[in-house]
Design a binder for this molecule. Structure first.
Ligand SMILES: C[S@@+](CC[C@H](N)C(=O)[O-])C[C@H]1O[C@@H](n2cnc3c(N)ncnc32)[C@H](O)[C@@H]1O
Length: 224
């Protein structure tokens, strides 16, 4: 499937993902070599799921598991889960996507497949995202990709990126693209992989500083 078509399908779905982030997810899913499944934690109404599933279909068609308890109802009065299922069907990716209506910490107990691409976009608290990483990381194959959404704007997610991704030898080539931080799982990062992560950390901190400046300016402008 072409990226343009995926763009049109994802554009019909409400969600928290911009175009560049969607294209990145598409490319990551397309690059999967069939060494494992693709798992998304936090699917909401399916915007990122549609991008990922379309990317997977344009590559080796790795199965996509969408983990979300879907406990809530939207401002339109509709259950997010119902809208998710509708959106997945409308995008024509329902055969590839398996919804798992559980919190990630419950879903992990019965998930028994290797994972080649893990996308974390569920609980954005420090404890929540750390738990997701710790629980699911062991299932990711060596060389697989782990990506985190909202890694710059959410303080808890940003803190975890510094502690457990950019500065960790169990990841190589860590970098941040838009608000998505992604890295490759390795046994132990070699000097080049570690150097790339340090460059990635530097650019992550610049992004973070820019965001803080914008926020500070916003506060000053909105002061009565
Ligand atoms: C920011 S939204 C995800 C947005 C979605 N990826 C998109 O592209 O529109 C966060 C989602 O994470 C889910 N969530 C929160 N805690 C979770 C957990 N522990 N396990 C799985 N999903 C969780 C929420 O139900 C919510 O739908």
């Amino acid at each position: 499937m072409q990226m343009k078509l995926a763009e049109q399908k994802a554009a019909r779905v409400e969600g928290f993902l911009n175009l560049r982030e969607g294209r990145l997810l598409f490319a990551l899913a397309r690059a999967a070599r069939g060494r494992g499944a693709i798992v998304e934690i936090g699917s909401h109404r399916g915007k990122s799921t549609v991008w990922i599933a379309c990317g997977s279909l344009s590559g080796r068609a790795a199965p996509v598991y969408a983990v979300d308890p879907w406990e809530r109802t939207g401002p339109d009065g509709r259950r997010h889960q119902e809208v998710f299922l509708e959106n997945i069907r409308a995008a024509g990716v329902e055969k590839l996507v398996t919804p798992i209506a559980m919190r990630s910490e419950q879903a992990i107990a019965s998930f028994d497949q290797p994972i080649e691409f893990l996308f974390i976009d569920g609980d954005h608290s420090y404890e929540g995202v750390r738990l997701d990483l710790e629980l699911w990381y062991p299932k990711v194959v060596m060389g697989g990709i782990v990506a985190f959404h909202d890694s710059v704007q959410f303080p808890g997610v940003a803190q975890l990126m510094r502690e457990a991704v950019f500065g960790s030898a169990r990841f190589a080539n860590a970098r941040c693209s838009h608000s998505i931080t992604l890295a490759r799982k390795v046994e132990h990062a070699n000097p080049i992989g570690a150097l790339r992560s340090r460059l990635g950390a530097w650019s992550f901190e610049r992004k973070h500083a820019r965001l803080r400046r914008r926020q500070a300016l916003g506060h000053r402008l909105h002061k009565p």
